[in-house]
Design a protein around this ligand. Structure first.
Ligand code: MG
Length: 260
């Protein structure tokens, strides 16, 4: 069932969205060679609670942390650990805060030091895929228009589109209907209407999109061991077009480069 939000609810939602972006920026500022993903998670959890909010991910389906920290070949749902980030890595951080009854959800792939040129290109194209998907989030379009925009841009650049993990509606809980795949056909799927709020989140691979889950039951990795990138914003569909809810005073995007 799709929950339609009123304009007043969307205004309220912006508080959770703005804090979620601030959380993601806070995480990104810690990204540098030598830091562990657990250190980032601990700072993020404190930051969220300091702001009187609740981590959106911790405990969700039993997930043990406040961020998903997915490094290099890890696509999504990486568990923060003692893993030390190294120069040339990329790390996808997916996080959000729940406050005022609304859940923000956003993700960004940060550079650790200096990744290779092809990995940076993967990240830049994946961000462009997110932007292309958001552009399609207008009333009267269909879910398939978003997926088509993401998929065609990724594949035109020779990259893979993950099929098993998709965007989703967002509201009082992290995952609502409808699913928002990163692949699809124009004009197909649920019709988009004013008041829908969806997380658009392309997961794009340098090589094959084929993947599997590690023995920990969470971390999804590419079968070929090549890196993946992941960018996400929570977006409201309004009569004036898409409005990105996960934005703060600095806007809806982070910097590619981590480090503080
Ligand atoms: Mg999401």
């Amino acid at each position: 069932m799709i929950h339609i939000k009123t304009p007043a609810e969307i205004e309220e939602f912006k508080v959770a969205g703005s804090l979620s972006k601030a959380v993601l920026r806070r995480a990104g500022r810690m990204v540098r060679p030598g830091v562990t993903t657990r250190e980032i998670d601990q700072v993020v959890e404190s930051f969220i609670r300091l702001h009187g909010a609740v981590p959106g991910f911790k405990g969700l389906y039993g997930f043990p942390a406040s961020i998903c920290a997915s490094v290099n070949e890890e696509i999504v749902h990486g568990i923060p650990s003692e893993r030390v980030l190294e120069d040339g890595d990329i790390i996808s951080i997916d996080t959000g805060a729940t406050t005022g009854g609304w859940v923000g959800d956003n993700a960004w792939t940060f550079f650790v030091g200096e990744p290779s040129r092809e990995v940076k290109a993967l990240c830049e194209v994946t961000l462009d895929c997110l932007k292309a998907g958001i552009q399609q989030a207008v009333p009267g379009n269909h879910i398939g228009d978003i997926g088509h925009a993401v998929q065609s841009l990724a594949e035109r650049n020779g990259f893979g589109v993950v099929r098993e993990y998709v965007g989703h509606g967002v509201g009082h809980v992290m995952h609502e209907d409808p699913n928002v795949p990163n692949f699809g056909k124009k004009g197909r799927g649920v019709k988009l209407q004013v008041g829908m709020v969806i997380a658009i989140e392309p997961m794009i691979t340098l090589g094959s999109f084929k993947n599997h889950t590690l023995a920990n039951g969470w971390t999804v990795v590419t079968n070929d061991g090549k890196p993946a990138a992941h960018y996400e914003n929570t977006v409201a569909i309004t009569k004036d077009g898409p409005v990105i809810l996960t934005q703060d005073a600095e806007g809806p995007w982070c910097a590619f480069q981590g480090g503080e």
